[in-house]
Design a protein around this ligand. Structure first.
Ligand code: RIB
Ligand code: CA
Length: 337
């Protein structure tokens, strides 16, 4: 057991965690590679038993070309055992005007201004939606899809293949909020707000879908102390990625301090959605019927959950309503140590 102020890491817990992941999970990550997307990707690359089959990118925190570029550079830094295809996807929402990006949250280049060396790898020629559809059809029922940005790519994939919901083993979505306030408007979370029409189509399509939103991600904080711990105890091979995490999180910590009064920490939004796909008991879930508000002047992008005893509005999805945050943060750190 390692004790530091605010940190309790239990080696037995890590070993149990590693065992739980021994059954191979084949995963596609769909993302808008900003700071927390980058942490999620690094986690997936290091987590035991996880095979990242592809990374599909879309607009969101930054434009889609930058999201793909960040992904390629991150892969070059992390040096996975084999090349992971990276696709370029949607550059704007399904029906809305090209959006506003988030340089105040993620920096001008999406990764907190950190300059990673260029990669020799190029994106594949298929779009993100095409790649998701092809891989799902090649291995029906086997792939877990984790979405960390707008749901535009998945809505486009659904247009290409309406039977897609039955071909994915699981879809874990970072996005939305039911009980918490929003983070871009009083009621909307960024990934849902950025393309509400896409989110509503995806939530209504019958995917085996888990929504991991602000109700749980805001409770799951990585702090400066955690990074200090990683710098001391990280495996030598992981020191380059730990150094990147320290640099990129500097920007994120500053944003969360100034905008949300979080002291020296930031939520693990995207990593938690990915970890919950691998280790479902990190979160408590509740089955809810939901729709996504698309019209309201003040409410566009709100996830409207019908919590009445006899719900009538929307389709059922699983929603994460609570999290074992300490265990989740410990699980995150453990793969780099
Ligand atoms: O609201 C948090 C989400 O918005 C995360 O996916 C983050 O990367 C941003 O896209
Ligand atoms: Ca994201």
């Amino acid at each position: 057991m390692i004790h530091m102020p605010g940190i309790l890491l239990d080696r037995e817990e890590w070993e149990r965690y590693e065992k739980m992941n021994n059954e191979d999970t084949r995963m596609i990550i769909d993302c808008d590679t900003g700071i927390d997307d980058a942490l999620a990707i690094l986690y997936a690359l290091r987590a035991p038993g996880v095979s990242v089959e592809a990374i599909t990118t879309g607009f969101g925190n930054i434009d889609v070309q930058q999201a793909a570029e960040n992904t390629l550079r991150l892969l070059a830094l992390a040096r996975p055992e084999r090349e992971i295809p990276v696709a370029v996807g949607a550059s704007q929402a399904l029906v809305r005007e090209p959006g506003i990006y988030s340089p105040h949250v993620h920096g001008m280049n999406g990764i907190g201004g950190v300059l990673l060396p260029p990669s020799a790898q190029q994106p594949v020629s298929e779009s993100s939606a095409e790649l998701i559809v092809r891989l799902a059809n090649e291995a029906p029922g086997e792939l877990v899809l984790v979405t960390l940005g707008r749901l535009t790519n998945l809505a486009l994939a659904l247009e290409l293949d309406p039977a897609l919901p039955g071909k994915l083993k699981k879809v874990s979505v970072m996005g939305g909020t039911v009980y918490n306030p929003g983070n871009v408007t009083p009621v909307a979370e960024a990934n849902i707000w950025g393309d509400p029409e896409a989110a509503d189509r995806v939530f209504s399509a019958g995917f085996p879908l888990l929504m991991v939103g602000l109700d749980v991600t805001l409770k799951t904080l990585i702090t400066e102390q955690h990074i200090e711990l990683l710098k001391r105890l990280g495996k030598p091979d992981n020191l380059p990625v730990i150094k990147f995490m320290e640099q990129t999180l500097g920007h994120y910590f500053k944003f969360y301090r100034e905008a949300n009064y979080v002291l020296n920490g930031a939520p693990l939004h995207d990593p938690l959605a990915l970890m919950a796909a691998l280790q479902p008991d990190l979160v408590t879930t509740r089955r809810m019927k939901v729709r996504v508000e698309q019209k309201g002047e003040f409410t566009a992008g709100m996830v409207v959950a019908d919590l009445r005893p006899q719900p009538k509005v929307g389709e059922y999805i699983e929603v994460a309503v609570d999290v074992d945050a300490q265990r989740a943060v410990g699980a995150f750190l453990s793969v780099f140590m």
